[in-house]
Design a protein around this ligand. Structure first.
Ligand SMILES: Nc1ncnc2c1ncn2[C@@H]1O[C@H](COP(=O)(O)OP(=O)(O)O)[C@@H](O)[C@H]1O
Ligand SMILES: [Mg+2]
Ligand SMILES: [Zn+2]
Length: 510
C-alpha cells in the first residue's frame, strides 16, 4: 500500500499545464512549430521548478506520432510510453548516481544506431554537473557531432560546474523560481481537485515556505495534510512549519554551542536543501533562545521540552542574551541581503565572531556563570505492558519528543512489542510525515525508554486508528462542547442574545 506523493501525481504532462516559465514555453513551442530544433538543450534552475518535467514533455513533443508538435496527442503509443516512463528511445539518467566515465560510455554506446520506436533518440541527463571530467569529455565527443536522430536534454541546478565546452554546445534555458502567488494558486487547484478542505491563508504560508520550488510546496502540502488529519488549516500549518524549523535548527544550535564554524556552515547548506524559509528559521531561532533564557531562570518551564532542557547548560545566560540580540537585529538584515541564505550565514558568523568578555579573561570553564539548575533524575527503565494498546498514550510523554517527531509518534498506535522489536501502525493519511530522520529519533527515544536497543517497524494501514492524537482531538471537542453549553446557558448571555437578536459564534471558542 502506498500513498502517491502529490508532486508525482501532479506532474504536468503538457506545456499548458505547467505553472510559470512562460517565455521558455513560448520559445520551445515556436521552435517546435517551425521544426527548428537544436540538438542539445540545457535546462537550469533550482530544484522543483520544472526542469525534468519540461524535458519529459519535450521528449513527447519530439516523438508524438502525429508529428513534431508543441501539443502532443497523449494518445499515441509514443506519448503514452513517455508518460509511463517506458519509452525505449528515451534514455533518462541521473548523473548524480552515474558519474563514472564507464557509465557515460555505456549510455552513449548505441548512439549511432537509429531509434527503435520513435523519431528521435532522446538522452535526458539530469543533474549533469555531477559527471566526472572524463565523463564530460566522453559526452563532448557526441555533443560535437551528434547524429541527426539524437537530441540531448540536460538539466542541472548548478550550471557553473559545467565545463565551458559543454555549455557552448547547448541552448540554455533558465527556469525561474515560481512566485508564491503562482504556487498558492496551484495548491488551491490541487486541493479542490482532491476534495480537500483547506484555508486559503494556510496555502499561502506553504507557498511562501516553499521558496519558489513547486516540488517543495507539494511535499509540504503532503505533510500538512497528514499533520492536519486530512485538512489544511492555517494554525496547523503554522505549527508544523515552526516544528520543522525547530527540528532543523537543533543541530545548528548544537554546533553554535560547540563554536564549530565548519559544522555551522555545513548545517546551513543542509538546511538550504530542504527547508529554505530562512526568515522562518530565524524566527524559530529567536523563539528558542527566548525559551532557553526563561528556562535558565525558571527551569520548570522547560521540563516538557527535551530539546530545550538539553540546551540549557550549553550556553551561558550572557551568550543567550547576545545571540538573541544578534538574531533579533538580523531580522532586519535578512530582508536586505542578496539571498536569505547569505543573510542567515552572516548572522551566524556574527554570533561566532563575538567572544564574550568572560571568556577573554581565561576563566576556568566551570566558573563561567553556568546556570546551576538542572537536576535530572536518573530515568527509571519503563516497564511496558504489552497487552494494552492504549498504553501508547502513557508511553508517549516519556519519549520526550518534540516537533515533528512528536507529531508523528502521536499519530501512531502501538501494535506490539516483541523482544527488541517495536511495531507501530500509522494511518496511510499520515504516511507523508514518516521520514528516516524522524523514525531514527523515535527509535532512539524508544531505546532509551525501554532501556534496550530497539528495532522499530512502522506499518502503514488504511484502518482508522485510535491514536493519542485522535483521542486528544476528541477530548478537545468534548471540552469545547461543554464550554459552549456553559456559555449558552449563562443567563447574562441569554439576555444579550434576546436583546440583540444575536447568536453565539461558537467557532470563536476554538
Ligand atoms: N513549473 C511547474 N508547474 C507545475 N508543477 C511543477 C512545476 N515545476 C515542478 N512542478 C512539480 O514538482 C515536481 C518536480 O518537478 P521537476 O520537474 O522534477 O523539478 P526539477 O527537475 O526542476 O527539480 C513535478 O512532478 C511537479 O509536481
Ligand atoms: Mg529534476
Ligand atoms: Zn502522441
Amino acid at each position: 500500500m502506498n500513498y502517491q506523493a502529490l508532486a508525482r501525481k501532479w506532474r504536468p504532462h503538457a506545456f499548458n499545464d505547467m505553472v510559470g516559465q512562460e517565455p521558455i514555453l513560448r520559445m520551445l513551442a515556436n521552435a517546435l512549430l517551425q521544426q527548428r530544433i537544436h540538438h542539445a538543450y540545457l535546462f537550469t534552475g533550482t530544484r522543483g521548478v520544472g526542469k525534468t518535467t519540461l524535458a519529459r514533455i519535450l521528449a513527447k513533443c519530439l516523438n508524438c506520432e502525429t508529428g513534431i508538435t508543441p501539443t502532443p496527442c497523449d494518445a499515441c503509443h509514443a506519448c503514452r510510453a513517455v508518460d509511463a516512463g517506458q519509452f525505449l528511445d528515451l534514455y533518462e539518467v541521473d548523473a548524480a548516481s552515474r558519474t563514472r566515465v564507464e557509465d557515460t560510455r555505456e549510455l552513449l554506446d548505441n548512439v549511432l544506431y537509429p531509434p527503435t520506436q520513435g523519431r528521435y533518440k532522446i538522452y535526458l541527463i539530469d543533474e549533469v554537473h555531477m559527471l566526472s571530467n572524463h565523463s564530460f569529455n566522453a559526452l563532448l565527443k557526441t555533443l560535437e557531432e551528434p547524429p541527426e536522430h539524437v537530441k540531448f536534454l540536460l538539466a542541472t541546478t548548478d550550471p557553473k560546474r559545467l565545463p565551458i565546452t559543454i555549455l557552448s554546445r547547448c541552448l540554455q534555458f533558465h527556469l525561474k523560481h515560481i512566485t508564491p502567488e503562482q504556487i498558492s494558486n496551484r495548491l488551491q487547484h490541487i486541493c479542490q481537485a482532491e476534495s480537500l478542505t483547506y484555508e486559503a491563508p494556510a496555502l499561502e504560508k506553504l507557498a511562501k515556505a516553499a521558496d519558489g520550488s513547486m516540488r517543495d510546496a507539494l511535499s509540504l502540502l503532503d505533510q500538512a495534510i497528514a499533520y492536519g488529519h486530512g485538512s489544511v488549516n492555517k494554525n496547523d500549518v503554522q505549527t508544523m512549519l515552526g516544528s520543522m524549523a525547530q527540528d532543523d535548527l537543533l543541530p545548528l544550535i548544537e554546533a553554535l554551542a560547540a563554536k564549530d564554524g565548519r559544522i555551522i556552515f555545513a548545517q546551513i547548506s543542509h538546511l538550504a536543501e530542504h527547508a529554505p524559509d530562512f526568515q522562518q528559521v530565524l524566527e524559530e531561532f529567536i523563539n528558542l533562545f527566548h525559551r532557553i533564557a526563561i528556562a535558565q531562570i525558571v527551569p520548570e518551564t522547560a521540563s516538557e521540552d527535551a530539546a530545550i532542557t538539553a540546551l540549557l547548560t550549553r550556553f551561558t545566560p550572557e551568550e543567550v542574551q547576545l545571540y538573541y540580540q544578534i538574531a533579533l537585529l538580523g531580522r532586519r538584515d535578512l530582508a536586505l541581503s542578496p539571498s536569505p541564505q547569505q543573510g542567515f550565514e552572516m548572522i551566524m558568523l556574527r554570533m561566532l565572531a563575538f567572544k564574550l568578555k568572560t571568556e577573554w579573561q581565561e576563566t576556568p570553564a566551570e566558573t563561567i556563570a553556568t546556570p546551576k539548575i538542572i537536576t535530572t533524575k536518573p530515568v527509571e527503565p519503563t516497564k511496558i505492558d504489552k497487552s494494552d494498546k492504549n498504553e501508547w498514550r502513557d508511553i508517549l510523554p516519556k519519549l520526550e519528543l518534540s516537533g515533528m517527531a512528536y507529531a508523528l509518534a502521536s499519530n501512531c498506535v502501538l501494535d506490539k512489542i516483541e523482544g527488541h522489536k517495536v511495531i507501530l501502525s500509522l494511518s496511510i493519511l499520515h504516511q507523508p510525515m514518516l521520514n528516516p530522520k524522524l523514525k531514527e529519533r523515535l527509535t532512539e527515544s524508544l531505546s532509551r525508554v525501554l532501556n534496550q536497543p530497539v528495532q522499530l517497524e512502522i506499518n502503514i494501514t488504511s484502518e482508522v486508528l485510535a491514536t493519542p492524537s485522535k483521542q486528544q482531538q476528541q477530548e478537545n471537542a468534548h471540552q469545547l462542547d461543554a464550554a459552549k453549553q456553559t456559555i449558552l446557558k449563562d443567563p447574562k448571555i441569554q439576555q444579550l442574545l434576546e436583546m440583540y437578536d444575536a447568536t453565539v459564534d461558537v467557532e470563536m471558542l476554538k
